[in-house]
Design a protein around this ligand. Sequence first.
Ligand code: SAH
Length: 351
Amino acid sequence: MSLQDLITAQITAQGPISVAEYMSTCLMHPTLGYYTTAHPFGQAGDFVTAPEISQMFGELIGLALAQTWLDQGSPTPFTLAELGPGRGTLMADILRATRSVPGFLDAADMVLLEASPSLRETQSTLLPQARWIDHIDELPERPLLLIANEFFDALPIRQFVRDDTRWRERQIGLRDNALTFGLGPASVQPALAHRLEDTKHGDMVEDCPTAAPMLSVVAARIATHGGAALVIDYGDWRSLGDTLQAAQNHRTVDPLTDPGKSDLTAHVDFEALIQSCAPCTHSRVTPQGVFLERLGITARAQMLAANLTGPALETHIATHRRLTHPTEMGNLFKVVGLVPQGTALPPGLEP
Ligand code: SAH
């Protein structure tokens, strides 16, 4: 049975489903889901993430985290955590770059949050020292340095269309036996009260109900025990409109075609995320290109270029551009940092 058949049968029996339910089934169904079955990353996959583009991304982030660790008095032991590590490339680059920081790796207890058993398997080959948690609450009560790259965009979102002062939830139902979008009945949505200020009748807004509660656990650990978090994702401050998108083979495809066979994501609403982090200080939402330039990506790129010639050199130059240029990932992707109140932000970020 395909996921398409399964979802169709479910809708026939029980009626339309929310976008959030559709997303979580497509991504995480135990046997037919995208992250549980596919090998989505890299040139041969459906999309390429920053750490898969160049080692420079993880190296610079590793050094930024190590600097924060030094700034905070080298707390030992501490948790070195990642949410949704994919193939484990980012963490492996962080480890390589921080080997030269005395004491850092000896003090680090690596903890990964990953829902896909097959990706856990992949991660364990690259990161044999890691252990996995099933729930964010299991983050140990101790100083925490945490990174999440393209994690929050994979969490299921709900979509609502404004109807006067109420909201109709976007749903997925059937027309002529094909999956199709529709709208549920109008209802009051207290979580969207603030969106009545900046929207009009007919506008669509999105809500990611699990994102803020997860980051608030991270913020609580950091506020209590010290450390920092870096969240990197595409999105902006208070997003508007439909940002649900499906990627297959490096192309944007219809999210309702071939469920489970494409990567489904949505833009991250950094305002909603950050509001849950009150016990911490957060940085400005900073474009990835600006962040990486401040961390010295150009100097690092020149160092690596010195050993390259021909096509390898051209590819290397292209990766630098891809990560930083405003028309590529440089502006669409944003970075936000969290630290305990009264402590310095990680390098590359400003209050
Ligand atoms: N950070 C990686 C991978 C990004 S893809 C990179 O930059 O390359 C999203 C990752 O989050 C995948 O590893 C996916 O399996 C994981 N993931 C998605 N939803 C999750 C959830 N609810 N809980 C834990 N992991 C999840």
